[in-house]
Design a protein around this ligand. Structure first.
Ligand SMILES: [Ca+2]
Ligand SMILES: [Ca+2]
Length: 131
């Protein structure tokens, strides 16, 4: 699934060609493979980015049909810290379908979930702006 628009992808290609001539472009991140890569938003099972990571490359409106990758541990209502390695803002919600309380994680943000969100996040999506 493509995340960026055509214009953005073109801009990246041009910039890469100028700044990194001769260097292979990095592979696109793969969401939900259990490895947090650049361009992804990671939700961790434990505080301080410890334990399993639920790595999202694109939005997910319902965590109830997800486990932490390569485990039988449910991702829904089960995350305690964040690492936003995306260039986008990630909005997290305590209910599926973008409902309940909403919180915003800036690009590059890392930290622990507050009491409002700890073990309560059920959906997440990305935007180019904060909430
Ligand atoms: Ca990944
Ligand atoms: Ca899901």
């Amino acid at each position: 699934m493509l995340k960026r628009g055509i214009a953005a992808a073109g801009a990246v290609a041009v910039a890469t060609g100028i700044a990194l001539a001769g260097v292979a472009a990095p592979a696109q991140a793969t969401g939900k493979n259990g490895v947090l890569e650049n361009g992804e938003f990671g939700l961790y099972y434990h505080p301080d980015r410890a334990g399993y990571v639920f790595d999202l490359f694109v939005s997910d409106d319902d965590f109830s049909n997800d486990n932490f990758p390569n485990t039988s541990v449910h991702a829904n209502d089960n995350t305690a810290s964040y690492d936003n390695r995306d260039s986008y803002y990630w909005w997290v919600y305590t209910n599926a379908g973008w409902g309940g309380s909403v919180g915003c994680l800036d690009p590059g943000y890392t930290g622990n979930a507050s009491a409002t969100f700890r073990n309560k996040i059920s959906s997440a999506r990305f935007f180019s702006y904060s909430c």
